[in-house]
Design a protein around this ligand. Structure first.
Ligand code: C2O
Ligand code: CU
Length: 434
């Protein structure tokens, strides 16, 4: 949080900067049309921004379905170059994972691809381009994907909060240079303007909210302070916690999600802490009083249906290397994993379906990395016990973490840094489950 260079205009604009996410309750099959859009990223009255979006907006429409239901989406590409959509965090059929060159052909401009998959887990997910992602996600090609529990916990409002940053000129123009190697070698492309945009901007005092935080930024790790409500964290990366957890420090790496249930006491603020005053990312205003607050304990979400790890039959190590101020490595790009930059011809590891593996992730670089595994969730291991279930784990500089995963989803799956410029500059590999 020391490298904050965000402009402070959002503080002045405060609540006026309300841009409501389009909320589409799904009647499948649906069409997602990728195309250039003009977005009001800066506060109303300031310049607009030429971006890429889906069905006319960025973020694209919020897709919602019930756990166990099938989502059918025709993706139509009109952005002028190849693209494809990845359904981040869904334990999906490999053929629907949306990775061009690995699970499908790229969708050319003017072409389409039909995605069809069942959502096995209830939770907060998102979709985003996986084609030149450091550029297309930065330009706005993403949206929320919400899988509802069959019997959701009782709340007054279910609110998605999309957190992102952008590198903008004063007039709102999105700055170019997405492939800037200097950015790639450091923390990635950090924006100079950031927002947390809630899907609803007014509630009553006493309302109980489910907040679904999604960090869609390509590089920025967001610490967030929430004030104006009392509650608990109930899920991480779409996976329910065994018991609701106190809200102490909220930190979201790129692609990470967090669900909270909070009772509103006053205007809800989402702040980015800085050494001076907090930088306001967004807020939900309060108007009126809920005469019948739900109250009571924050409920536990129904447990995830993820296999419990056995004694690992594979003990693997994946070392993150390179970058500015980093040591030497044998790869041929800025970043490397175990001495190799970019996708190797052979997988980092091959598993028989159902095998448990422990992977020791070692961050031997001077920057944080959010490592993401496709098609599975894994347990972070803490002191030899199973910790949180995640699909993206944040490793700060010089940090090491063991993850335990039951590789039970057949196919070829990427394992990469979700600082998308790092991925573009070498920090990616893959595993195979047969
Ligand atoms: Cu959300 Cu391979 O990415
Ligand atoms: Cu990285």
């Amino acid at each position: 949080m020391s490298n904050l260079t965000l402009t402070r205009r959002s503080v002045l604009a405060s609540g006026a900067a309300a841009l409501i996410l389009p909320r589409a309750v799904l009647a499948a099959p649906t069409v997602l049309r990728a195309e250039p859009v003009v977005a009001q990223i800066l506060p109303k009255g300031d310049g607009k921004t030429a971006m890429l979006g889906l069905n006319g907006t960025t973020p694209g429409p919020e897709l919602r379905l019930k756990q166990g239901e099938r989502l059918e989406v025709r993706f139509e590409n009109h952005i002028g170059s190849d693209s494809a959509l990845h359904w981040h965090g869904i334990r999906i059929d490999n053929a629907m994972d949306g990775v061009p060159g690995m699970t499908q052909d790229p969708v050319p401009d003017g072409g389409h691809f039909d995605y069809s998959f069942v959502a096995p887990d209830a939770g907060t997910f998102w979709y985003h381009s996986h084609s030149r992602s450091w550029e297309q996600v930065e330009q706005g090609l993403y949206g929320p994907l919400i899988v509802e529990e069959v019997a959701p916990p009782k709340v007054d409002h279910d609110v998605t909060v999309v957190i992102d940053d952008w590198r903008l000129q004063e007039d709102g123009t999105l700055m170019g240079g997405f492939g800037n190697r200097h950015d790639f070698a450091h923390a990635g492309r950090l924006g100079n303007y950031a927002r947390a945009v809630p899907s609803r901007n007014k509630v009553r005092r006493g309302d109980r909210l489910r907040l679904r935080l999604i960090n869609t930024a390509t590089a920025r790790v967001f610490p967030v302070i929430i004030s104006g409500g009392a509650g608990k964290i109930v899920a991480l990366d779409g996976m329910p916690l065994a018991a609701p957890r106190d809200i102490n420090e909220i930190v979201l790496a790129p692609a990470q999600r967090m669900d909270l249930i909070v009772d509103v006491t006053e205007a809800l603020r989402f702040d980015f802490p800085t050494r001076e005053d907090p930088y306001e990312l967004g807020r939900i205003e309060v108007e009126g009083e809920n005469p019948n607050p739900i109250g009571g304990d924050i409920p536990t979400l129904p447990a995830a249906n993820v296999a419990t790890p056995d004694t690992p039959v594979h003990d693997l190590t994946l070392t993150m290397q390179g970058g500015a101020m980093g040591g030497r490595h044998t790869g041929d790009d800025i970043w490397a994993l175990n001495g190799h930059s970019g996708l190797p011809d052979t997988p980092f590891a091959s598993f028989k379906r159902g095998e448990t593996a422990r992977i020791r992730l070692i961050n031997d670089t001077a920057f944080p990395h959010g490592m993401h595994l496709h098609g599975h969730h894994f347990f972070e291991e803490a002191d030899g016990t199973l910790g949180d279930l995640r699909d993206t784990t944040l490793l700060n500089r010089n940090e090491t973490r063991d993850i335990l995963c039951v590789f039970d989803n057949p196919g070829k799956w990427l394992l990469h840094c979700h600082m998308l410029g790092h991925q573009a500059a070498g920090m990616k590999t893959w595993v195979e489950v047969a």
